[in-house]
Design a binder for this molecule. Sequence first.
Ligand code: HEM
Length: 465
Amino acid sequence: MSTEEPVGSLQRSGPYTFEWTKLHLPRWKTDPLRHEYDTLAAKALARLQALAKAKGFSDDPRKRPDLYQLLAENHASHDELEQFWAQLHAVPDWVDWAQLERGQRFFYRHAAANLMGFALQGFVGENSAASGVVEVLVRTGGFSTRVLLHRLLETFQWLLQVTESLQAIQPGGSGHISTVRIRLLHSSVRQRLLKMVESRPEYFDVETYGVPVNTLDSIHSIATFCCNHMWLQLPRMGVNPTEQEKEDYIALFRYIGYLLATPDEYFSNVGQAKATMESMLVHELKVTKTSRIVCFNFIKSLVDLPPFNVSKEFIEAGSRVLNGDELCDELEMGRPGWVPYACFRGHCWLVSALAIAQRLSPAFDQWIIEHWKRLLHSAVIQSGLKGASKFDFKYVPREGIQVGKEGNGRQGVKYGLFSRPVEIFYFAIFLLGLSLAPLACLVAAMGLRTITPYTAQWISKRVGS
Ligand code: HEM
């Protein structure tokens, strides 16, 4: 049996260290949450399925019901649906809309750093090593390289919708509706897996991993979505979110967590949210064979993807910087040479320089936020997905479906100066940074030379007096 971490002990997860405090969650508190889940949505789903069947819908992709639509039209006439609808539309008294709106802006303010962190730390490191979560993911087939990119785009669509505007996240807005769809999708995943476990208990190890998409996994996922940027990702790229930014973004995800039936008390303030994230690092990360498959396929689905054609080595270098070598070795990731690291350093220098400039100029900050919002919405939703997805249950678990390591079917990129534009750009920033470094040292040295005599005079006056 695992022992509890003593209060005051120093804990480490990759390159990140912290002290275990009373705010951290002991195992006796978190372990039972593996066997708890969203019963409200489960009951509502069962009722919606019965309604859908009565209306002639089926599992056939052409005849699948739009569960949200059914819910919106029928909630008033069925108790289970009405309770679900009421919970989704009640706004908790701790919700401060102005704060949530500021939280939404944080995502776009540091979009380049947030997206890089989300992909390389959130997905590659944290998600792959969340042993219970990956067991669910590989069973839905959605982690096959054939569909992974589409699923990633859908995840980004949802993220863009919940950060688009205040109206979008308020009841009835596009982000609110998408979140309800995701909650029903999670319930469908759980229901399908549990049905298979009934006839074949060995299909999914409920004893070890808990109920699929359980409360603890959801707390872990919300922490990954909102806390990891603040402590595990951005600071390692040279960007330090302010206390206000932390409060606002975590508050936004506390509300999103509420909509997804994730107990919100774990995110009630910055200190508690940080301790929740750190508790998950200690308790929940364990690399398994399935982690390696998920990590491998995730990287494969991004490598050489047009138009940016990012290389495997760049992804590996970034992942190693953010997650540490220990975890990346366990995930059997390659060890790239110095050039990919230099490119990643270029990325870090760029995002940290931008963050400083944005703090100095609110107008520039506003421009960056608007620019990223427009760019991402058109790239992900309009071009990538060719219109917003409704998140229906596509990769239905079936006996025998379990994803293994896969290729990406791409030819690979022919070597050429501009064949990898992102890396070339970041490498140029790296070289520029290197060439500016001596200049910065010179300016600092001249500055020191100028102020030293005055400082010496000031000190001698003080000492003399
Ligand atoms: C509570 C925070 C969570 C958020 C915000 C979230 C978000 C999403 C989103 C946006 C999608 C749709 C895009 C896609 O297909 O990937 C999705 C689907 C999915 N999620 Fe989650 N998720 C959360 C927690 C979890 C957890 C804890 C699990 C499993 C342990 C999970 C398993 C899945 C699965 C299997 C699908 C895909 C279903 C399909 O194949 O269509 N999610 N989630």
